[in-house]
Design a protein around this ligand. Structure first.
Ligand code: 3UK
Length: 535
């Protein structure tokens, strides 16, 4: 096999002796005659062809070499969803430098932590994020030798001449890092290999979803998130399709506008956004005819949202579970095999098992910890030996930290994070199950159920509810919702206390931060006023 080539056979992937991911994702398209095709369409009207992409990638890789940045050194990038994200990411990889794209919505203390943890040789930042980023670089313990605004970086790149030879990495070598969002404590960087992007693109993108060159991709999840990185960059480039890039925060109105203007064929969202879109559709209309695949991940998609989406648009949403550590989705529904209210079945090429706390497989139908194995799992966490040993287990197994059970037909049913599950009256109770019941009530727009402790120190479910009509009277609503839940679930599975709030605290990727609700419960009296950070 030639350098940078690969084949997928019955036993898995075989890669050439050298395999630099930039070659199949970027350069291959020129050989395949796709140079003139548009690879990226940006909301500001810019279009980038595959030939231009390849040229910009080479320019940035050469710039890194000219700056004296060595293979294996890191490039921290705080860049919104614009074409330059692609140039910086692939330019670094082609030169053997390790890109570390990070969340653009963080605060100086977070960037300071990442700079000190990753010790990058280069830092490139979008001007919109410059305030927080420069404060971190100027006042922290580590300032990279090269700190460049995106404009300065691109100006320097425009002067770089000649093409760039791909650094001869091996398929298992470190390729890029992603910090896990970490609901508690500091984030940890998952170190990913060159082969992993190819593995997720083939296993999930092509084999599971059937993605193809004619596809145009729109992801509400941003590129710095593993979900968005696959959706809006890797999958389109792998199949030779077109990516739509939008730097702004996705609101229902903005997503409708993009769908109307750019006519994507594949759309990737998260459950809370699907719920908000459904709500917005009650007062208006949107045209989804161009879209052949709706995907959801990041948190479990309630069966009720799927049912309402189907009624409203005629399309199904394919829920799948992925993680930063696994790089992308490893258990999924597919266009031909899906079951509402489940994450689906393992993606080809991944193994999944459900184990008890001692690591033994549970009996059929029982709940337990979900562990998975596959060729895209991160090799380790940077600088975190203990966490690596606790998460990346022997023989390639990854502990996801999620509680799952398998239904009689082999579909995986999400039951909450291992640490969100609660025992109520000695019985395991899934907050997710209670939420799924509550969300079906017409008065409920969003809901999160967390473990709260009562006056006896016993754990009880507490519901935090965002009402569809924030001005409606809450009198009588508690008992109505309680009766509703009891009519749906085993009678002990109902919230013992209620909080009506204007919004729920969420991560930038749309996940409800249950730990904040638990903390708010302890600090008596905190009832509302959560804010979502913005860049
Ligand atoms: C939860 C889900 C139920 C689950 C991600 C797609 O979310 C992604 O990565 P993160 O590292 O979080 C991982 C955790 O999120 N989760 C994700 N998807 C689902 N729970 N149903 C789902 N469909 O707790 C998991 O352990 O932020 C999603 C692709 C790549 C990703 N990184």
């Amino acid at each position: 096999m030639q350098d940078h080539e690969f084949v997928v056979g019955p036993a898995g992937f075989t890669f050439g002796p050298a395999f630099n991911a930039a070659v199949p994702f970027v350069d291959r398209h020129l050989r395949e005659g796709r140079g003139g095709k548009v690879a990226i369409r940006s909301r500001d009207g810019r279009e980038v062809t595959y030939a231009e992409l390849s040229q910009e990638v080479d320019r940035w890789g050469r710039t890194l070499k000219d700056l004296g940045v060595q293979p294996g050194e890191r490039q921290l990038m705080v860049i919104q969803d614009t074409p330059e994200f692609f140039f910086l990411f692939w330019g670094a990889i082609k030169a053997g430098v390790i890109p570390v794209p990070v969340n653009t919505l963080l605060r100086a203390k977070d960037y300071r932590y990442m700079l000190e943890d990753a010790r990058p040789a280069v830092l490139v930042y979008a001007v919109a994020c410059g305030g927080e980023v420069l404060q971190a670089a100027d006042h922290g313990d580590y300032r990279p030798p090269h700190v460049l605004s995106l404009g300065a970086a691109m100006q320097q790149a425009s002067a770089a001449a000649g093409t760039l030879m791909a650094f001869p990495s091996r398929p298992e070598d470190d390729c890029f890092w992603l910090y896990s969002s970490g609901s508690t404590g500091f984030p940890k960087a998952a170190v990913h290999r060159h082969r992993s992007l190819a593995v997720t693109s083939v296993r999930y993108g092509v084999e599971t979803l059937g993605l193809r060159p004619q596809d145009t991709f729109f992801s509400a999840a941003k590129l710095f998130f593993a979900y968005g990185l696959g959706n809006a960059m890797c999958f389109p480039l792998w199949v030779g399709g077109t990516a739509i890039l939008v730097p702004e925060r996705p609101t229902p109105a903005l997503t409708f506008e993009i769908i109307e203007d750019f006519k994507p064929t594949v759309y990737f969202g998260v459950p809370t956004l699907y719920a908000a879109q459904l709500s917005a559709l009650e007062d208006g209309d949107a045209r989804f005819e161009s879209i052949r695949l709706f995907i959801s991940a990041g948190e479990a998609l309630p069966a009720d949202i799927l049912a309402r989406w189907r009624d409203r648009t005629g399309g199904v949403i394919l829920d799948g579970i992925g993680s930063t550590e696994a790089l992308h989705i490893f258990i999924s529904n597919t266009p031909t095999d899906y079951r509402a209210g489940t994450s689906g079945r393992p993606v080809a090429g991944y193994r999944a098992r459900i184990v008890d706390d001692a690591g033994h497989p549970v009996a059929a139908g029982e709940s337990g910890r979900l562990q998975i194995a596959g060729d895209s799992v991160a090799s380790h966490y940077w600088n975190q030996r203990e966490k690596t040993l606790a998460t990346m287990l022997e023989e390639g197994w990854l502990d996801t930290g999620d509680t799952y059970r398998r239904d009689p037909d082999g579909y995986f049913v999400y039951e909450g994070r291992s640490d969100d599950m609660m025992k109520v009256g000695g019985i395991w109770t899934s907050p997710i199950e209670i939420e799924a019941a509550l969300i079906q009530h017409p008065a409920v727009l969003e809901v999160a159920v967390v473990a709260a402790t009562d006056e006896h120190g016993l754990v009880k479910p507490e519901a935090w509810v965002v009402r569809r009509d924030p001005d409606a009277d809450t009198a009588g609503l508690e008992s109505e919702l309680e009766a509703h839940v009891k009519s749906q679930l085993a009678p002990y599975k109902y919230p013992r206390s209620w909080r009506f709030v204007d919004e729920l605290p969420k991560t930038v990727t749309g996940k409800i931060q249950r730990f904040k609700l638990r903390q708010a419960h302890l600090k008596q009296g905190v009832g509302s006023g959560f804010t979502i950070d913005g860049c």
